[in-house]
Design a protein around this ligand. Structure first.
Ligand SMILES: *Cc1c(COP(=O)(O)O)cnc(C)c1O
Length: 423
């Protein structure tokens, strides 16, 4: 078998430079809480393929379901000749997502595609043009979702012009907004919408209940409920982007549940299908069904293999109670992260929920972001056998997203490596 070094040489000659990788190691196999490269080197996995393999890599039920489906049929296109698993995934999403009202779902391939479709549905249903998004938001890399995303480098730089009718307002970011309470922070955002956009022009307010790429920003308590209340009164479709937070990651099935917020539409992807590409928009039946027949779809959306994997993943989440697992993992991690933070003035904050946790790194004694120190700590983790990711508008957030099936031993070893990387 080729070595990681050999494969990297081939990659540089074959793969476009714009597609980056966190580590230059080429995977041979992965499962539980580890990834092993073709040279036999092992990393403890605190990334889960960016919050995708919540049920673990090659989870037994997923492998079985995919194998059985591949043998029956691989693709007919749901828009041409439909099949049961697509319907079953929609039924489950309608039942699992917050909100006791009648719902419908539609399936797509990627998170960005789900977000684009949520905007299409909200615009069509309301007849309004504007979409409101937040500072530090991340919603994808297509033209519309680049416009919805806040950060220029690397996501938007020289990729414009971007889609119009997108308006950005402040996020609740307690570490960096002077600790505004949720209601006050929401009032600030709402005033900006009303003065600069006009509520009657707004189709959708789109928000990540805990921001992902933007820095694992957890809004102050009350922020999301206040926005939800305003959206209802203003006839604005409240869209929760739960692509990174969904499927047990934060200790609930969906992060909105933590404050009892019921979105009108939810976008889902990442953790939905144990690593197979699948995404969804789930929401109020009257909004979802407003769109004419043929107005939504795509060749591969709700592919039968991905649907089989999603059904098996959701079954695994129920069977193993992965929401409880996320809370347990979070409790173990937060305790260790707080010890590290107490001994290192570069750590401005430990935050997150469940198994979606982060440390924000600054110049000691200030709130000045320190992306260089963040990158150095992350690189030390990689060198010592722990796969960590960074994020944040300022590139100064270490984020941790272990698979929810990681063993206590793997979790402990990963945290030991992290502690050592802080030196
Ligand atoms: C990853 C992500 C997306 C985009 O999903 P893709 O599958 O990469 O297109 C959108 N929103 C959030 C919150 C994400 O974390």
């Amino acid at each position: 078998m080729a070595t990681s070094e050999e494969l990297h040489k081939r990659r540089v000659e074959a793969v476009a430079r714009g597609v980056g990788s966190t580590i230059p190691a080429y995977v041979d196999r992965a499962g539980g809480g580890t990834i092993t490269d073709v040279d036999g080197r092992e990393w403890i996995d605190f990334a889960a393929g960016i919050a995708v393999t919540n049920v673990g890599n090659s989870a037994p039920r997923v492998v079985e379901a995919v194998r059985a489906q591949v043998e029956r049929f691989t693709h007919t296109c749901f828009m041409v000749a439909p099949y049961e698993s697509y319907v079953a995934v929609c039924e489950q999403l309608n039942a699992l997502t917050p909100g006791g009202f009648e719902k419908r779902s539609a399936l797509f391939n990627s998170g960005a595609e789900a977000v684009e479709n949520a905007v299409k549905i909200a615009r069509h249903a309301t007849g309004r043009p504007a979409v409101v998004v937040f500072d530090h938001a991340y919603h994808g890399r297509t033209n519309l979702t680049m416009a919805l995303t806040a950060k220029n480098m690397p996501y938007k730089h020289r990729f414009g012009p971007f889609a119009g009718e997108v308006y950005r307002v402040p996020m609740s970011y307690p570490l960096r907004d002077g600790g505004l309470d949720g209601a006050t922070a929401a009032a600030r955002s709402i005033e900006m919408i009303e003065k600069q956009v006009g509520a009657e022009n707004v189709a959708a307010l789109l928000i990540e209940p805990i921001q992902g790429e933007g820095g694992f920003v957890v809004p102050a308590q009350g922020f999301l409920p206040a926005l939800r209340e305003w959206a209802t009164a203003a006839g604005v479709v409240f869209v929760a982007d739960e692509i990174q937070t969904g499927f047990c990651r934060t200790g609930d099935w969906f992060a909105c549940e933590h404050e009892g917020v019921q979105p009108d539409l939810i976008t889902l992807a990442k953790g939905i299908a144990g690593g197979l590409p699948l995404a969804a928009v789930t929401g109020r039946a009257d909004l979802m069904d407003a769109v004419h027949v043929g107005g939504l779809g795509g060749t591969y959306g709700g592919n039968p293999i991905a649907c089989a994997a999603a059904l098996a993943s959701m079954e695994t989440m129920r069977e193993l109670d992965l929401a409880a697992a996320a809370r347990r993992i979070g409790a173990v991690m937060v305790e260790r992260l707080r010890v590290i933070a107490a001994g290192d003035p570069r750590v401005a904050e430990v935050r997150g929920r469940g198994a979606m946790l982060a440390m924000e790194i600054v110049v000691p004694g200030t709130l000045t972001p320190d992306p260089a120190a963040t990158a150095a700590i992350s690189a030390a983790c990689h060198a010592a056998g722990l796969l960590t990711l960074t994020c944040g508008t300022y590139g100064n957030v270490l984020r941790f997203l272990p698979p929810l099936v990681i063993s206590d031993d793997e979790l402990g070893r990963g945290l030991d490596i992290l502690a050592a990387a802080f030196g």
